[in-house]
Write a protein that binds this ligand. Structure first.
Ligand code: BG6
Length: 479
């Protein structure tokens, strides 16, 4: 994690440039970086896709403009747009016919002149990773280059190892950026700031003070027509083994010696080493009513759209503190929460109501890592009046009220920039990913049965039991 540095001159090649991720996130993100003056002084962006869906340069520019207009935050107009548009071109690339891409990269580098680095973003389905990487190696396009690889990184330990071997045959690990856009969110950085930048929080960040930790990412969206991707993936591989466990790595890490990439990655890796294998008995899988009728979903599908689980971090700091993770589609609200629940103090001196109040989550630190996020402390305070009655109180810090957000970057924007300057702090290394697949094996081999849940609910009923004797932190009205 470094101070802002302007990247060296780059040719950026976006594989999968006509796909959904490029349209929603990557193309608008690149334009936002360009319009903010954060891209290199000289750069070219080459969109790429298999010849069957290739575009002309002009069609690609129109496609980018439409994507920016629909999903971007900066209007595609005026001088910033004109400059950006001139940097765009398109080159078809099939692994067995790399000629057009090779020519386009050479032309772009000549136009820039001098030393130019290359950044490849692989926004392509996982089966295509290996052949694209091999093509980059065979053509020499892998020289002076870094590669951003999208999730899911494998399906299990064996496939992740095979993928790592294929990538390492062409790229050194220092050039590989396995992207997880959750780690690019401002509020995940803010976890580090909150915990290590304040005398108030770090001392309570352990089993002495905390009874449970929850990482909860309910979503309201359905699979939104993504059956082809989702059927083979499911909620565990789509969200838990990637985003939620990566966030857990940040929440549970020991204090790093510095914010350098190596320290941060080392500390996260140690957390993953201490994670215990995920027992199927500690997992609830669910499927929203109507999923089997979604277009493209098999009527005999065994894919889950919801997972809640308990996982243990068996080290000195966390032994005995359950980490409760939950995510799912078609739930009641979209939230991204990390909740730290404190041990119950002695409540002898207070009345029964206080005890009831306490057990519904009165004493928690809740970090909402949406962008912009909030940090809330929930605690009990005395209600004004002659009797000693306690009531629920909260203190809230809201990013949007305290800081100007104009300089905030979306997850992808931040991470693409980090990859260009070679900063791997917020990216995952091969060893960590393989460890996460390793602890997933018991669950993947013996998944528990799927429980149905209603659209708009908080998931199947057994999740309540999973959290016992604690409770899921939810917005007050839905506890
Ligand atoms: C993606 C998943 O990685 O993350 C999606 O594939 C999910 O299924 C999305 O909806 C959530 O990201 P965000 O940033 O909208 O919370």
């Amino acid at each position: 994690m470094t101070a802002a540095v302007r990247p060296a001159d780059h040719v950026i090649v976006l594989f999968g440039a006509t796909g959904d991720l490029a349209k929603r996130m990557l193309l608008p993100g690149l334009y936002r970086l360009a319009a903010s003056g954060l891209l290199p002084a000289h750069y070219r962006i080459i969109g790429s896709a298999p010849a069957a869906v290739a575009l002309s340069d002009d069609d690609f520019r129109r496609h980018v403009r439409a994507s920016v207009s629909e999903f971007g935050t900066v209007p595609a107009e005026g001088a910033p747009w004109e400059t950006f548009e001139q940097s765009l071109s398109f080159a078809a690339a099939d692994p067995e016919r790399p000629g057009p891409l090779l020519a386009a990269v050479t032309a772009a580098e000549q136009a820039i002149g001098g030393d130019v680095r290359r950044l490849y973003h692989l926004a392509v389905p996982p089966p295509a990773f290996t052949s694209v990487v091999a093509m980059l190696g065979a053509t020499g396009l892998s020289e002076r280059a870094s590669v951003i690889v999208e999730k899911p990184f494998g399906n299990d330990l064996t496939s992740a190892q095979a993928l790592d071997a294929a990538i390492h045959a062409t790229f050194d690990e220092s050039a590989v950026f396995r992207i997880d856009h959750f780690l690019g969110k401002e509020s995940v950085d803010n976890l580090l700031a909150l915990r290590f930048g304040n005398g108030l929080f770090e001392p309570i960040w352990n089993r002495e003070h905390l009874a449970y930790v929850q990482i909860d990412v309910p979503e309201t969206l359905s699979i939104e027509g993504r059956a082809a991707f989702y059927e083979g993936t499911g909620a565990y591989r789509d969200m838990i083994v990637t985003h939620l466990l990566q966030v857990l790595g940040f929440v549970a890490m020991e204090p790093p010696t510095s914010l350098a990439a190596r320290s941060l990655r080392d500390e996260r890796r140690k957390v993953f080493e201490a994670l215990q294998p995920i027992e199927p008995a500690n997992v609830v899988r669910g499927r929203y009513d109507g999923y089997l009728e979604e277009p493209g979903v098999s009527p005999t599908s065994t894919t889950e759209t919801f997972v809640a689980l308990r996982v243990d971090v068996d080290n000195w700091r966390w032994r005995g503190v359950p980490f409760l993770l939950r995510t799912g589609k078609c739930l009641a609200e979209k939230r991204r929460l990390v909740t730290l629940g404190f041990h119950q103090p002695t409540l002898r001196m207070f009345d029964l109501d206080t005890k009831r109040l306490w057990s519904s989550g009165a004493d928690e630190l809740v970090i909402d890592f949406s962008d912009p996020g909030t940090i809330e402390v929930a605690f009990l305070a005395k209600e004004p009046g002659p009797t000693m009655r306690l009531g629920q109180a909260t203190m809230e810090f809201a990013y949007k009220e305290s800081f100007a957000s104009a300089n905030g970057l979306a997850g992808y924007e931040r991470l693409i920039l980090d990859a260009m300057v070679g900063d791997q702090s917020l990216f995952t290394d091969a060893e960590s990913i393989e460890r996460l697949w390793e602890i997933s094996a018991p669950l993947l081999e013996h998944p528990p049965p799927i429980e149905p849940y209603q659209v708009g609910s908080w998931g199947p009923a057994p999740v309540t039991k999973l959290a016992a004797p604690h409770r899921w932190h939810l917005p007050t009205r839905a506890r």
